[in-house]
Design a protein around this ligand. Sequence first.
Ligand SMILES: [Zn+2]
Length: 136
Amino acid sequence: MIHLKKADYLLMLSHARACLPEEACGLLAGQSRGEEAWVEKVYCLENADHSASHFTIAPEEQLKAILDMRERRLELLGNWHSHPETPCRPSAEDIRLALDPTASYLILSLEENEPVLRSFQIRDGQANREELDIEE
Ligand SMILES: [Zn+2]
């Protein structure tokens, strides 16, 4: 299970909306113990692809975020991106590019009126839902 603060969820949502029609993306950092992870910081980073259906986290921003995590003694927990017009599940490309079986991959779909955020773990070409808890 991954725990996310409501304020961080709202930050992701506003960034995803600001990036429309392009996909938004970023990293998640915090602490983990066993199967539990707590997000303590959400990074909203540039999508170097500037595309509505693909994303690549801009490498120089990714590096800056990783250095910031080290300074704050946070662990990289995974990444997140938005799906402006597609459902809340990993695309074939998302699965192909997911190389870390322990990471959480969060997808925020804006396809419907109500945004949908889900977390997935991806291993051996298979995406599985991970329980996501959004706390006040
Ligand atoms: Zn995707």
